[in-house]
Design a protein around this ligand. Structure first.
Ligand SMILES: Cc1ncc(COP(=O)(O)O)c(C=O)c1O
Length: 441
């Protein structure tokens, strides 16, 4: 592994380096060779970086708060190969659908370490969770509380639950990914009295066992102060519920949302920073309020898979509008990464077969989909490209693949895991046949 990385490699996986052909290398594999072998667009995941991030979260949080359970937020990206890695790394899992739950089950993931989230879990999904023995269901609304209590009763099960609360704290992130404010579709607001109401209902639900409280502020949250505010509000609420109704807070979930840098100039806290500030706050309040120590649950998604993932595209058409703009068009786009179009997300890029070229020009990387908004990276300095060159975009491991679509009937990309100079396909590329396989004439 390269420990002193060139600045332009800083956002790439921890194993990134440049070989003597000036090609980008990840996990010991020349990515230009991978693009030739597996085709493009291609998503790469670096196993070393993935495992390193899992361990970093565990080490940093447990250092200050030993009873911390790290549960990976599957929505950032889950497939069977990743689920197996998280199982080996002894993480728990946050799932939000019967689909994510089924992926976990398919690799014998310990289901007692699975937390089931979501604002509209269907009766079928709740039944599946109960049948599989999911560890915790994080109840999001009154409808779900009643439904789950009834379904668990029908099966003779006492189901462990947490309640998702909306603390009313603004995490200062994109409106579409803000969840902890009072108008959110998620959770029981503290401010309206509904949080107190649901605690009393949950405590008297005969088939539910209320173990704790949860909040999730949004994603990505690059300012730690909102976590501190929300921790204080929810912990104080928990203590109040203890005093009023004898509620015992044995689990306390602070969600995910830990940010990662996407661009070279972005400054976000490190995992160690989040761990120190969050646990400082928690430890201080626990002693100050005389609480017994709940298990801390954290749900990182992006911060575990983001940096591990790289997207590779092949350059095709190049369109120059003299004095105005130069577009470099690639063979993917919003069909495999909708984040720039959806959230205005920003990325950096590198020409993977000219990785150490000093001379650069300002271009815009456009996708091939039939939308003017299909721009992957705006105004980025790149080595001069020609058709056939390979462009690598770093920090593509989170929320790209899971939001991929077949828009314009684009087959979804293949995904390759790299480790110690070996590359293995962990999802094959979709074919035109796949696209038609569900159609009936
Ligand atoms: C409840 C919950 N937990 C965790 C996460 C993970 O967020 P991130 O990937 O930013 O860590 C999300 C994402 O929105 C979420 O809704």
């Amino acid at each position: 592994m390269n420990t002193s990385k060139a600045p332009e490699l800083a956002l790439f996986p921890l194993t990134a380096e440049v070989n003597n052909q000036r090609h980008l290398v990840i996990g010991g594999c020349d990515v230009v060779d991978l693009a030739n072998e597996f085709g493009t667009p291609l998503y790469l995941f670096d196993e070393f970086t993935l495992r390193h991030k899992c361990r970093e979260f565990k080490d940093e949080f447990c250092k200050y708060y030993p009873d911390t359970l790290v549960i990976y937020a599957s929505k950032a990206f889950l497939n069977r190969a990743l689920a197996r890695i998280f199982k080996e790394e002894d993480l728990g899992l946050d799932v939000v659908s019967g689909g994510e739950l089924s992926i976990a089950h398919s690799v014998d993931f310990p289901l007692n370490k699975v937390y089931f989230h979501g604002n509209n879990k269907t009766p079928e999904e709740l039944n599946l969770a109960l049948d599989l023995g999911v560890g915790r269901i994080v109840v999001d609304n009154f409808y779900e509380l009643e439904l789950l209590n009834r379904l668990a009763g029908e099966k003779g099960i006492s189901q462990n639950i947490l309640l998702r609360l909306t603390p009313g704290v603004d995490p200062h992130t994109h409106q579409y990914t803000t969840t902890g404010t009072i108008e959110s579709k998620f959770g029981f607001p503290l401010a309206t009295g509904q949080a107190e109401e649901v605690v009393t209902q949950a405590l008297s639900a005969s088939n539910l066992n209320l173990l704790g409280l949860h909040f999730h502020l949004g994603s990505p949250v690059s300012d730690i102060q909102p976590y501190e505010l929300a921790i204080e509000l929810v912990l104080r609420f928990g203590r109040e519920m203890g005093g009023k109704f004898g509620f015992n807070l044995s689990e306390f979930g602070i969600g995910g949302g830990f940010a990662v840098p996407y661009t070279l100039d972005s400054k976000v806290p490190t995992i160690a920073d989040y761990a120190r500030v969050v646990t400082d706050k928690l430890n201080g309040l626990i002693s100050g309020l005389g609480l017994s120590r709940p298990r801390l649950i954290i749900e990182p998604g992006r911060a575990i898979v983001g940096q591990a993932g790289v997207a590779l595209y092949k350059v095709g058409a190049i369109k120059e509008i003299p004095g105005i703009k130069k577009y470099v068009c690639v063979d993917g786009g919003i069909s495999d990464n909708i984040r720039p179009a959806l959230y205005g997300a920003k990325y950096e890029a590198l020409v993977a077969n000219k990785a150490s070229e000093a001379e650069k020009e300002m271009i815009t990387i456009a996708g091939k989909l039939c939308e003017s908004g299909d721009i992957l990276v705006r105004d980025v300095n790149l080595a001069t490209v020609h058709p056939g060159d390979i462009i690598a975009i770093p920090v593509c491991g989170a929320y790209s693949i899971p939001m991929a679509s077949n828009y314009d009937a684009m087959p979804r990309p293949a995904i390759v895991m790299v480790k110690e100079s070996q590359a293995r396909l962990i999802r094959r590329r979709e074919t035109y046949q796949d696209l038609m396989s569900l159609d009936l004439i």
